[in-house]
Design a binder for this molecule. Structure first.
Ligand SMILES: Nc1ncnc2c1ncn2[C@@H]1O[C@H](COP(=O)(O)OP(=O)(O)OP(=O)(O)O)[C@@H](O)[C@H]1O
Ligand SMILES: Cc1ncc(COP(=O)(O)O)c(N)n1
Length: 283
């Protein structure tokens, strides 16, 4: 059996179409990956801000994950807006049950979304501990500098990475998009090796969805069987092109573009084969 690789995003809906699961699906499609979703919340959102959030019942979130995993067999999973502590607890239990994340066979890219780029909250304030608790499952956790400040109390990329690894993540990717200076530098580390991913900072206010796009591109490449460092390198090249092709729509911050990937995931091996290879089984 052959077909495209499959990835799953566990995320919120952005009615403005720039971030959240909409950005994830655009990104998966750009890589030739079949995208699936477990929706955590519906946001009332446009380019100016977020004016409402409707949370999905935790059991329905967990059931979406189960339905997708049992039938479509994703070979990578990405999380974005998780909304509340009860939703996070339900997701953690579903991940453990279905072999998602560390200790399982399906790699997990965990983007710890706390607020929108407008500063509107996307996570209930009492859910920070639950979110930190999920890090022990993460193949990679991908905070921006505002999120490292909230989660581990620092905006220093090296210090933040160290603290994130201490919470159990296998790799930390601390993004520098919210920094200053002519370069946009992200730090990827597993505590032994440091990789600085460096790109020109593009002058634009239209970066809505850049973080989701980086994490989704990483998941897309992982779904095709890349190692984590290779997946992140390809994702960084892609998000730089995405920012370069961003555009204005609406009165506020426009979205990044999603051009076809230069490094698409090969239509391949069914998910089972990728999982078997990852688990070290003989194909
Ligand atoms: N102006 C820019 N020029 C080039 N790269 C950028 C720019 N802004 C962000 N990036 C890159 O985009 C990715 C996302 O970074 P950022 O720190 O903005 O994450 P984020 O805040 O989670 O994104 P989002 O705006 O979706 O919430 C990183 O690889 C970052 O280096
Ligand atoms: C549903 C949802 N998920 C994630 C983001 C973060 O994206 P950004 O920081 O670009 O606003 C968002 N605004 N909405």
């Amino acid at each position: 059996m052959s077909g495209p690789a499959v990835a799953l995003t566990v995320a919120g809906s952005d009615s403005g179409g720039g971030a959240g699961l909409q950005a994830d699906l655009h990104t998966f499609a750009a890589f030739g990956v079949h995208g699936t979703t477990a929706v955590t919340a519906v946001t009332v959102q446009n380019t100016v801000g977020v004016t409402g959030v409707h949370e999905i019942p935790p059991q329905i979130v967990a059931d979406q994950i189960g339905a997708v995993v049992e039938d479509l067999r994703p070979t990578a999973v990405k999380t974005g807006m998780l909304a509340s502590a009860p939703i996070i607890e339900a997701i953690g239990a579903a991940f453990r049950q279905h072999g998602i994340g560390r200790g399982g066979t399906i790699p997990l890219v965990l983007d710890p979304v706390c607020a929108s780029m407008h500063g509107d909250p996307l996570l209930e304030p009492d859910a920070l501990d639950a979110l930190r608790g999920l890090f022990a499952l993460a193949t990679v956790v991908t905070p921006n500098l505002d999120e490292t400040q909230l989660l581990v109390g620092t905006r220093d990329q090296r210090d933040a990475a160290r603290a994130l690894l201490a919470l159990g993540a296998e790799h930390a990717l601390v993004k520098g998009g919210h920094g200053t200076g002519p370069r946009s530098r992200d730090l990827l580390t597993d505590g032994v090796t440091e990789i600085w991913l460096d790109a020109e900072r593009i002058e634009t206010g239209n970066t809505h969805g850049s973080g989701d796009t980086l994490a989704a591109a990483t998941a897309a490449r992982l779904a095709g069987g890349d190692s984590l460092p290779d997946a992140v390198r390809a994702a960084k090249r892609y998000v730089t092109r995405a920012v370069a092709t961003s555009y204005s729509v609406g009165a506020g911050h426009g979205p990044v573009g999603h051009p076809p990937a230069d490094e698409p995931v090969r239509a391949s091996a069914a998910g089972d084969e990728v999982v078997a290879a990852r688990a070290g089984a003989t194909p």
